[in-house]
Design a protein around this ligand. Sequence first.
Ligand code: URA
Length: 269
Amino acid sequence: MNAPTDISPQDGRALEALMAFWAEAGVDTAFEDAPVDRLAAPAPPPPVPVRPTAPVALAAAGTADPDTAAAEARALAAACADLDALAAAIAAFEGCPLKGMGARQAVFSRGRPDAPLMIIGEGPGAEEDARGQPFVGRAGQLLDRMLTAAGLADQVFITNTVFWRPPGNRTPSPEEQRVCAPFVERAFALVRPRVVLLLGAAAARSVLRAEEGVMKLRGQWKDWRLPEGAIEAPVMTTLHPAFLLRQPQAKGAVWSDLLEVAARLDAGR
Ligand code: URA
């Protein structure tokens, strides 16, 4: 966007204050160069094609309905024989609407491909979006410190329910999670962890289809079983490390969940 040259210093200051307000509110990504008048009358719909057309590949990020996109994700994921192929398939996937909302890159995973413990968070934040790895910002550093203290740091494979940063770090929608879920499930099938740890309510909603609040869910063992095969593992939900940064007094609950997880891993050795 060209910088306007004819605004007064007063208008300039007002503009700066408005931008600071939006940035503070988490609106830090522009999707268009020009403003959009959302109140204007909608444009007439395009004419309906007269000839039937053959199915075509998805035109742009996130333009398919969630069911179609999830089916495409499932087919792509099923064809991946290892985690490198899965990472490449995710990076090339156009079906998640988040991909067209300002994310710089796909953020898939870090950790051991044969990890006994799979950890699933919500979705990448700003630091993860910039560096291309999950949980490398402040919440991730806290997670790493807790994993180290529990003796679990070298036993993990870490991913998220979605692979593109939601704008303004908002919670991913159930539709965005549904579209990405086949890739998460394929990662689960390829890593075959002995235990899964879900971080926060959004991860529990996506993986366990849990309706309960995270305070009620945390600390309980559930089961995650893939519909199509013999892949299953016990799942613990705990509080998200970003929540702990805001509410440090909740660290004790997460610590006790991590010790449960460590004990379960030890018991299965
Ligand atoms: N929060 C998440 O849920 N995932 C990340 O990767 C980073 C922060």
